[in-house]
Ligand binder design. Structure first.
Ligand code: SF4
Length: 251
C-alpha cells in the first residue's frame, strides 16, 4: 500500500547561513503559533506533519463562488446577496488579483528585517464606496443550524488568517478596510433525499481585523528559525499526546 507521507524533505528548509530570502506562508505562521516545536521540525529540519486528505468538495464550492463573483466583477456590479444584506461592497477589480488568489504564489511581502518573504493567497477581494479594499474568505462546511458567528476557540485561526491577508495587502500599499468578511456555505443535510444535489445555506460574517501582532510574531519566528535547538512541544497537542502514548507502551 502506498503512503501519502513522504518523510524528511531536503527542500524549503531554512538555513541560517543562507542570504537568500526564505518564503513563509501564512499557514506556517499559524503552525508556529500552535506549536514552535512542530514549526521548527518542519521548516528547519524538513519533517512536516503527515498531510491531511484533500478537501475536494470544499475546493469545488470555492471555485464556484469565485466564478459567481467573477461574473459580477466583470460588470462592476453588486452581488444580489450583498444588496440583500445591505453590505457596502462590490467585487473589486485589480490587475494582480489572479496572482493574489493563486496557491503557492499569493500576496507576497519581503520583511527585510528578517529576510523572510511572507505569503498568503486570498479567496476574494471586494471594495467599498470609500475605495477601501475588503478581504473575503470563503468557507464551506455542513453543520446543524445557521452559522452566524465565529465564536468557537478554533475560529481564532480564521481570524488570524484574515488579519495576515489584510496586513499583506497593506504592505503592498493598498488601502484596506479593517472589516473583512467570511462568506459561509453550509451544506443542508436534512433534505428528504440527495437527488445528486447539495444545497447550501449562505451566511456572511463580518470581522474587524487587528494586524498589530504580526510584526512581533514574525520577529519571534525569525528567532525560532535561528535557534540551534528544538523548542518545547505544546502541552495540549493531540499529535504529541498520541506519540507520548505510543512511547509509553513501547519503551
Ligand atoms: S506538540 Fe508535537 S505534534 Fe503537536 S504541534 Fe507540537 S511538536 Fe507537533
Amino acid at each position: 500500500m502506498s503512503s501519502f507521507y513522504k518523510g524528511k524533505r531536503t527542500r524549503n528548509i531554512y538555513n541560517p547561513d543562507d542570504s537568500k530570502p526564505f518564503k513563509l506562508s501564512r499557514s506556517k505562521i499559524d503552525r508556529f503559533i500552535e506549536c514552535p516545536r512542530c514549526f521548527y521540525l518542519d521548516r528547519r529540519l524538513g519533517v512536516d506533519r503527515p498531510p491531511g486528505f484533500p478537501f475536494n468538495l470544499n475546493s469545488a464550492v470555492d471555485s464556484l463562488l469565485k466564478n459567481e463573483f467573477d461574473a459580477i466583477r466583470i460588470k462592476n456590479a453588486q452581488h444580489p446577496f450583498l444588496l440583500e444584506k445591505n453590505i457596502d461592497a462590490r467585487p473589486a477589480q485589480h490587475e494582480k488579483l489572479d496572482k493574489w488568489r493563486e496557491n503557492f504564489v499569493g500576496i507576497q511581502y519581503h520583511h527585510e528585517e528578517t529576510n523572510l518573504i511572507i505569503t498568503g493567497a486570498i479567496d476574494d477581494l471586494w471594495q467599498n464606496s470609500k475605495h477601501e479594499y475588503i478581504v473575503v474568505d470563503y468557507k464551506s462546511t455542513a453543520k446543524k443550524g445557521r452559522i452566524e458567528a465565529l465564536d468557537q476557540g478554533w475560529h481564532a485561526g480564521y481570524k488570524r488568517q484574515m488579519e495576515i491577508y489584510q496586513w499583506l495587502l497593506r504592505k503592498n500599499n493598498l488601502l484596506v478596510s479593517d472589516t473583512g468578511y467570511f462568506l459561509y456555505a453550509n451544506g443542508i443535510t436534512d433534505r428528504p433525499s440527495f437527488d445528486a444535489r447539495l444545497e447550501f445555506d449562505m451566511t456572511i460574517i463580518s470581522y474587524e481585523g487587528h494586524d498589530d501582532w504580526i510584526d512581533g510574531t514574525i520577529e519571534e519566528i525569525y528567532g525560532c528559525l535561528n535557534k540551534d535547538f528544538i523548542p518545547k512541544s505544546s502541552s495540549n497537542c493531540d499529535y504529541c499526546c498520541y506519540q507520548k502514548a505510543i512511547d509509553s507502551v513501547i519503551f
